[in-house]
Design a protein around this ligand. Sequence first.
Ligand code: SPV
Ligand code: MG
Length: 294
Amino acid sequence: ERVPPTATRRLRELFEGPRIIRAIGAHDALGARLGERTGFDAIWSSGLEISASHGVPDADILTMGELLNAARWIADAVRIPVIADCDTGYGNASNVVYMTRRYEAAGIAAVCIEDKPFPKLNSFIPGRQRLVPISEFTGKIRAATDARSDPDFMVIARVEAMVAGLGLEEATRRAHAYADAGADAVLVHAKGASPQPALDFLAAWDRPTPVVVVPTTYYRVSAAELEAAGASMVIYANHGLRAGVRAVTDAFSEIRRTGSTESIEDKIAPLSTIFDLQGVSHLRQHEDSYMRTG
Ligand code: SPV
Ligand code: MG
């Protein structure tokens, strides 16, 4: 019998394939299932989404254990590979060693760490967007690649130089160093409405190491354009969270306004969809298989 490929192998195969990989952000198992059902290739276990879902800022307020727990629920819920946003690696290179082992053991396909000091601040919150020295971060990359036991487990190095206002040259210098240190991919982050900084980085990129982009603020660019520019993966990092917040606010307001739920009934998911997403059909199978009496 053919053994299905592991999540780590499936992610490697996606990177080896010809198409841009489309990843969608999630903060829980339900969001991840919606992403999988919609046809995304991978799930991004988002630090911003998970933090927001706990009602706290994306600033290393949650512990590694709390973020790992969320990522584990996500990985358990889907067959597509999960890439975990691990912020700065939760401390120094020693923290990265333990982090890598635990995320790998949880069935995660890849970890992504960024070159900012712990505690980090979300890239879109102005202020405190400093970087650690290159040698400190390459030490973390080596710590992660040495700590994995599955060679297919991927370590993604996130370059925050353009977020910190240091420009393309510094971003490229750092990305080269991270690729040389053994990163399996580099995630080049950028902010602002124009895709140009990310496109310029891709145009200048001269290594085989794949490049990941996150077009949150430069949202007019398409996946096809990013693919043509040479990006290997696009992450839509927080759109499930933002869509959910808007939709829930609208529904709650409508209930308060009208005094009943009638006007929203056909705008919200039916309970049958919820039961389906929860896997209630499995419950039925268990009852038939294991709980027949008499
Ligand atoms: C996240 O989703 O937590 C990310 C992407 O790291 S961003 O919010 O764009 O920094
Ligand atoms: Mg994050």
